[in-house]
Design a protein around this ligand. Structure first.
Ligand SMILES: NC(=O)c1ccc[n+]([C@@H]2O[C@H](COP(=O)([O-])OP(=O)(O)OC[C@H]3O[C@@H](n4cnc5c(N)ncnc54)[C@H](O)[C@@H]3O)[C@@H](O)[C@H]2O)c1
Length: 268
């Protein structure tokens, strides 16, 4: 059985991914800086109800602790994770392997967005966005490498259309996602020999806390929907379905690929 570790699991996309992977029968380890939101999503959210998520009761980060290995856990486990911290990444991977007996899928969905141009962005902000979105995914991939090599596992990261479409006023975010996409290709090449596949999904705008502000702006919505031939934002469930496919045996020949979910935005 696949054990999936999802970072940014308290977010809208992370929750949808958890529901899809749980429905596909995977064991789940849900990780985020926001433990309260993670626990609330697990108990309250329709997309991530305990029933949708898996087979047993959820185990909190506190209960998992750092003590001796607990009996293998079939239900979802919750982990406090800060992807900007090397030790936090290593500790969570170790806790997941201790709780579930293995780790066979890493989903990098933790992310932050700052909406500013190059000149408006100060260096600290630029570094912070790269640290979470790009270096964070790199830290997690490195921390998970040995476990993924042992299980013949894979990585799926959430990139963005910002990786290849130059959008105004999201400078640091676009640079970070371009890095995530190219890191996906580089890791796929380097880790193929270890039996690890590495892919990414690149959605255009998805309703979530990250986009609530712009999606409440009618001018933005009109402009954006006019640029998307299919005329709609991307549902978190569609991102989740793409992740589930790339993680599945059906995609066993696919590595180093970026699956674009943009309603045709990049065609014109
Ligand atoms: N919403 C969109 O339009 C969209 C489009 C393309 C890609 N994405 C990407 O999808 C992913 C999920 O975004 P979302 O839309 O669900 O946003 P969201 O804000 O709902 O979720 C992001 C989650 O990441 C967590 N997080 C932030 N910093 C962290 C850190 N240092 N360590 C661990 N967790 C951290 C947050 O607590 C939050 O729960 C992000 O990588 C985002 O860049 C989003």
């Amino acid at each position: 059985m696949t054990t999936a570790l999802i970072t940014g699991a308290a977010g809208a996309i992370g929750q949808a991914i958890a529901a899809a992977l749980g429905a596909a029968g995977m064991r789940l380890a849900l990780a985020d800086t926001d433990e309260a939101a993670l626990a609330a999503a697990l108990s309250n959210g329709p997309a991530t109800s305990a029933a949708a998520l898996g087979n047993g009761p959820a185990t909190s980060a506190a209960a998992l602790g750092n003590g001796p290995a607990a009996p293998l856990n079939e239900g979802p486990t919750l982990h406090r994770l800060d992807v900007t911290d090397d030790s936090s990444c290593a500790d969570v991977v170790a806790a997941v392997v201790a709780a579930h007996g293995e780790l066979s899928l890493l989903v990098n969905a933790a992310g932050i967005m700052v909406r500013s141009t190059a000149l408006e962005t100060d260096t600290a902000t630029f570094q912070r966005v790269l640290d979470v979105n790009l270096t964070g995914a790199y830290r997690m991939a490195k921390a998970a490498h040995a476990a993924l090599a042992a299980s013949g596992g894979s990585i799926v990261s959430i990139s963005s259309t910002h990786a290849f479409l130059a959008a105004k006023a999201s400078f640091a975010y676009g640079v970070s996602k371009a890095g995530v996409s190219h890191m996906t290709r580089l890791l796929a090449l380097e880790w193929a020999a270890d039996g690890i596949r590495v892919n990414a999904v690149a959605p255009t705008v998805v309703p979530s806390a990250m986009t609530a502000g712009v999606l409440a702006d009618p001018a933005y919505v009109n402009r954006k929907m006019a640029a998307i031939p299919l005329g709609a934002p991307i549902a978190p469930e569609h991102v989740a379905a793409a992740v589930a496919y790339l993680a599945s045996p059906a995609a066993a020949s696919t590595t180093g690929q970026i699956l674009v979910l943009d309603g045709g935005e990049s065609l014109a």
